[in-house]
Design a protein around this ligand. Structure first.
Ligand code: C2E
Ligand code: MG
Ligand code: MG
Ligand code: MG
Length: 282
């Protein structure tokens, strides 16, 4: 009887694990193809809005990977896999090339944008080669580098190496801006805020979504950032109530589903060519 039960548990165990493991292997093989087949790598653009007039002032580029069999894969699933497999840097380069090409091809429509930001990974920032490769892309595409910015997180700056400083300086000298992403989670260290010149600090979605019941924490953090003279973007604004709380705190820029989800290049371009104004659905 014990033998029978053990056999049964083995079967249950395997049924759960096999598809999961298979999925991870599938994602990995899709990633390996995507780094050489750039058409599988998609960029979506999520507008960043100025609260004073609901106009688009900037955007964040967000990566998706599309496979015939697996469909659209989200970063939550493939970024950790790509980082583990050492495939993140080629993907970052693809995104930067696509965004640069977009900005160059639509220079006139993008002229009112302050920047488009790209998420970079710790591996990128710590790589001795990163700046050189990205500056090459900027040369090739002839993009105005001042329209590019990079989003980094605090954890990436915890062990600043020589390469981090060199990359950082190479980019800022070229006019590229830096944003501190996901602030208000993890360490939220004062030292990080003053260690590097950030153009914007992006307040994490969790701070914003908690703010309608408890805005003490949001209030404390925004007070500190204002005191330091830093501009803020509130991430993950989904409702009118959240927008009101954020505006009451004096935050001037927001990003979130209330205004728009990340959209295709075509949709984003339609907004840029039009009034740049997004009226949220009530
Ligand atoms: P992130 O940089 O903090 O990007 C914001 C994420 O929040 C995006 O998810 C966006 O779609 C989502 N979001 C925006 N507004 C709302 C909202 O109102 N409600 C909710 N629930 N979510 C909202 P996404 O596109 O799935 O990306 C997830 C994370 O993956 C990003 O977080 C970023 O850390 C990473 N990622 C995305 N694209 C890239 C990339 O090209 N390179 C790297 N290294 N990481 C990337
Ligand atoms: Mg980001
Ligand atoms: Mg974020
Ligand atoms: Mg993030």
């Amino acid at each position: 009887e014990i033998k029978e039960r053990r056999r049964l548990s083995v079967i249950i165990f395997n049924q759960k694990l096999v598809p999961l493991r298979q999925r991870k292997l599938d994602v990995l093989s899709v990633l390996r193809r995507a780094v050489v087949q750039e058409s599988m790598v998609k960029v979506l653009y999520q507008p960043i809005i100025a609260t004073k007039d609901n106009r688009i002032i900037a955007a964040e580029a967000l990566m998706r990977i599309e496979d015939d069999r697996l469909g659209m894969i989200s970063p939550g699933e493939f970024i950790p896999a790509a980082e583990m497999a050492g495939l993140i840097s080629p993907l970052t380069e693809i995104i930067i090339r696509k965004v640069s090409t977009f900005l160059k091809n639509h220079e006139q429509q993008a002229s009112h944008l302050s920047h488009i930001s790209i998420n970079i990974s710790a591996d990128d920032l710590h790589s001795a080669e990163f700046a050189r490769r990205i500056l090459d892309i900027i040369e090739q595409t002839k993009v105005d580098a001042g329209k590019l910015s990079f989003e980094v997180t605090e954890s990436m700056l915890l062990s600043p190496s020589d390469s981090v400083h060199k990359n950082w300086n190479a980019f800022t000298e070229r006019g590229i801006h830096f944003l501190l992403d996901d602030f208000g989670t993890g360490y939220s260290n004062l030292t990080t805020l003053v260690s590097k010149p950030f153009d914007f600090v992006k307040l994490d979605r969790s701070l914003v979504s908690n703010a309608t019941n408890n805005y003490e924490l949001l209030s404390l953090i925004t007070g500190m950032l204002k005191h330091l003279g830093l501009s803020m973007v509130a991430e993950g604004v989904e409702t009118k109530e959240q927008l009101e709380v954020v505006m009451r705190e004096g935050i001037q820029f927001v990003q979130g589903y209330y205004f728009s989800k990340p959209v295709s290049e075509e949709q984003f371009l339609r907004w840029l060519s039009g009034s740049m104004c997004i009226i949220p659905k009530a």
